[in-house]
Write a protein that binds this ligand. Structure first.
Ligand code: 5AD
Ligand code: SF4
Length: 487
C-alpha cells in the first residue's frame, strides 16, 4: 500500500533522538525508527536476525490487522516466520464465541515451554479477547510469561508498545475503552501477493443481542473514501487483483463522514480502479441492504457474484429477540431479489442454533428459509452466551441436547442445499483465480471463482495469482475438481 521509499523518507525526516511526535502516524514511525537500532543490537547479540510470528484467530478483520502487525514488526527489523518457535510471538485474538477463547488459551499455554528455552523470546496478546476485563486478568494470572497486552482500539500504537517492552524489558498492558481515531498509512505486510482485504469501517452499532462485537470493537467509524481509493490504487499497482472491502456492517458505510457516501457508491468507485479484477465485500446486514447495492453488483462485472447474507434465524420471534430488525419473509424476499437481479450469484449465510427461547418450531422456520432461498453455503454456529450481552441474561437458555438436535437438522439442510446448488454448475466454464498450491493433492492448485466456490485443478505454483478459465467437472459437495481450459 505504501512504497518503502516513502516510508524511509518519512522516518528519515523524524528526529529519533528528540521527543516523540504528537500525531499518531509520525509517532508510530518514530518508534519504528528507534526499534530498528534496538532490534539490530539484539539480533547481533543473539547471533541471528530476531524472528516474529503472528497467530491469528477469527474473522477477515483480524487477518487484516495481523498483516498490519507483521508490517510493523518487519519494518522494525524482525524476520517474519510461520512458526511459534520465534523470538516474538503475537496472538491476535477473537472472542465471538467461547470456543475461540478456549482455543487461544490452549495455544498460549502450549508456548510457555518455548519461552523457557529462548531467552530472547517475547510473547504478546492483542485483539478482541483483550477488550474483556476478565480475559486480561486471566492472562495476567495464568499466563504470567506474556510480555505485552493490548486491545483493538490502540493497535496503531503497536510500535510504541514494542519499543516499551524491548527498551525496558518490563511487561506492559494497554487497554483502551474506545477510540475515535483511524490512523492511515502504516506499514502492512500482505500475506498474499494477488489479493488483499481493505478496511472500510471499524466497529458496529447494531447491538444484535447475542453479539459481543459492538462491545469489543466499539462504535462505527468509516474511513474516508479517498483513503480507501488511494489504498486500492496502490494495491493494484503492487500487483493485487482481488480485494475484499471489510466492515462489520458494510451497509452503514459512510454515515457520519464529512461528505456522506453510501456503500453502493463506494463499491462502484472501487470497481473502477484499473488493475483490480474482482471486488468482494464482507459483511452486509440484511436489514439495510439497498436496491442500489444490488444494482451496482449486477452492473459491475468486477463485483464478485457472491453475497454473504447472515440470516441468524428464520423465526420472526427469535429474530426480534436477536434485535435483527427484519422478518423471515423480508429476508426471503431480499434473497430472491438478489438472485433474480444477479444471474449466477451465490448467497451464503450464518445461522445460530440454540438462541435463548428457541423451540423446535423456530428451527422449522429456519429450515424453511434454507429450503426456499437455497443457500450456496452456510456457517452454522451453536449459540454461545457472551458476557455483557442482553441474550446472555435471558432466562430461557436452551438445554444442550435440544440444541444438538436443532443443529444437526440445520446442518443437514444447509449441506443438502449447498450440494444441490453446486451440482447445478457441473460442466460450466467459469473464471477462477488461482490462490495456492493444493497441500492435499500433489500436482494440483486451488482456484476461487467469482461466486466464492473452490475448484481444484491440475497446475503448479507458477499459476498463483492468475485468472484462468476452469471447467467444473466433478462436484464434491460445495467444491469441485476441474481443469483449466483454453481461453
Ligand atoms: N454465539 C454463536 N454465534 C455467534 N455469532 C456471533 N455471535 C455469536 C454468539 N454469541 C455468529 C453470527 C455471526 C458470525 C460472525 O458469528 O452468526 O454472523
Ligand atoms: Fe454482531 Fe450484529 Fe454487528 Fe454483526 S451486525 S457484528 S452480528 S452486532
Amino acid at each position: 500500500m505504501y512504497t518503502d521509499t516513502k516510508l524511509e523518507e518519512e522516518i528519515a525526516a523524524i528526529d529519533l533522538m528528540g521527543p516523540e511526535p504528537s500525531d499518531e502516524h509520525s509517532r508510530e514511525l518514530y518508534y519504528i525508527g528507534k526499534l530498528r537500532t534496538l532490534i539490530a543490537e539484539r539480533s547481533k547479540e543473539a547471533g541471528r536476525q530476531l524472528t516474529a510470528c503472528t497467530v491469528t484467530f477469527g474473522c477477515q478483520m483480524n487477518a487484516r490487522d495481523s498483516e498490519k502487525l507483521i508490517g510493523i514488526l518487519v519494518q522494525s527489523g524482525f524476520a517474519p516466520v510461520e512458526t511459534e518457535e520465534a523470538d516474538f510471538v503475537i496472538f491476535n485474538t477473537c472472542t465471538v464465541r467461547d470456543n475461540a477463547d478456549q482455543r487461544t488459551f490452549g495455544r498460549l499455554g502450549r508456548i510457555s515451554h518455548l519461552k523457557k528455552k529462548n531467552p530472547y523470546m517475547k510473547v504478546a496478546i492483542c485483539g478482541c479477547m483483550m477488550q474483556e476485563k476478565g480475559n486480561v486478568d486471566k492472562v495476567r494470572k495464568s499466563y504470567p510469561f506474556v510480555d505485552l497486552i493490548f486491545g483493538t482500539h490502540n493497535i496503531y500504537r503497536f510500535a510504541q508498545y514494542l519499543w516499551e517492552v524491548y527498551s525496558t524489558d518490563k511487561k506492559a498492558a494497554h487497554i483502551w475503552e474506545k477510540t475515535d481515531q483511524i490512523v492511515e498509512n502504516l506499514p502492512v505486510e500482505r500475506k498474499f501477493s494477488y489479493k488483499s482485504g481493505i478496511n472500510i469501517m471499524f466497529g458496529c452499532d447494531n447491538f444484535c443481542s447475542y453479539c459481543i462485537v459492538p462491545y469489543v470493537r466499539g462504535r462505527e467509524r468509516s474511513r474516508d473514501p479517498r483513503e480507501i481509493l488511494r489504498e486500492t490504487e496502490s494495491l493494484a499497482q503492487d500487483g493485487v487483483r482481488e480485494i475484499m472491502l471489510l466492515g462489520q456492517n458494510v451497509n452503514s458505510y459512510g454515515k457520519g463522514l464529512e461528505n456522506p457516501i453510501t456503500f453502493a457508491e463506494l463499491l462502484d468507485e472501487v470497481c473502477k480502479v484499473d488493475g483490480i479484477r474482482r471486488v468482494r465485500f464482507m459483511t452486509p446486514h440484511p436489514k439495510d441492504l439497498s436496491y442500489d447495492l444490488i444494482r451496482v453488483i449486477r452492473d459491475n462485472p468486477k463485483a464478485a457474484r457472491h453475497v454473504h447474507l447472515p440470516l441468524q434465524s428464520g423465526s420472526d420471534r427469535i429474530l426480534k429477540r436477536m434485535n435483527r430488525h427484519y422478518t423471515k419473509e423480508q429476508f426471503i424476499e431480499l434473497a430472491l431479489k438478489i438472485r433474480e437481479e444477479i444471474p449466477d450469484v451465490s448467497i451464503t449465510t450464518d445461522i445460530i442454533v440454540g438462541f435463548p427461547g428457541e423451540t423446535a418450531e423456530d428451527i422449522e422456520d429456519t429450515l424453511d428459509v434454507i429450503r426456499r432461498v437455497g443457500f450456496d453455503n452456510a456457517y452454522t454456529f451453536i449459540y454461545s452466551p457472551r458476557r455483557g450481552t442482553p441474550a446472555a441474561r435471558m432466562e430461557d437458555q436452551v438445554p444442550e441436547d435440544v440444541v444438538k438436535e436443532g443443529f444437526n437438522k440445520v446442518l443437514t439442510a444447509v449441506q443438502e442445499s449447498a450440494r444441490t446448488r453446486s451440482a447445478a454448475l457441473a460442466g460450466r466454464v467459469m473464471e477462477g483465480l488461482v490462490e495456492e498450491v493444493n497441500s492435499q493433492k500433489e500436482g494440483y492448485v486451488t482456484c476461487r471463482l467469482s461466486n466464492n466456490m473452490i475448484v481444484h485443478v491440475p497446475g503448479d505454483a507458477s499459476l498463483i495469482g492468475r485468472f484462468v478459465p476452469v471447467l467444473l467437472e466433478e462436484c464434491r459437495g460445495f467444491y469441485y475438481f476441474g481443469k483449466i481450459v483454453e481461453e
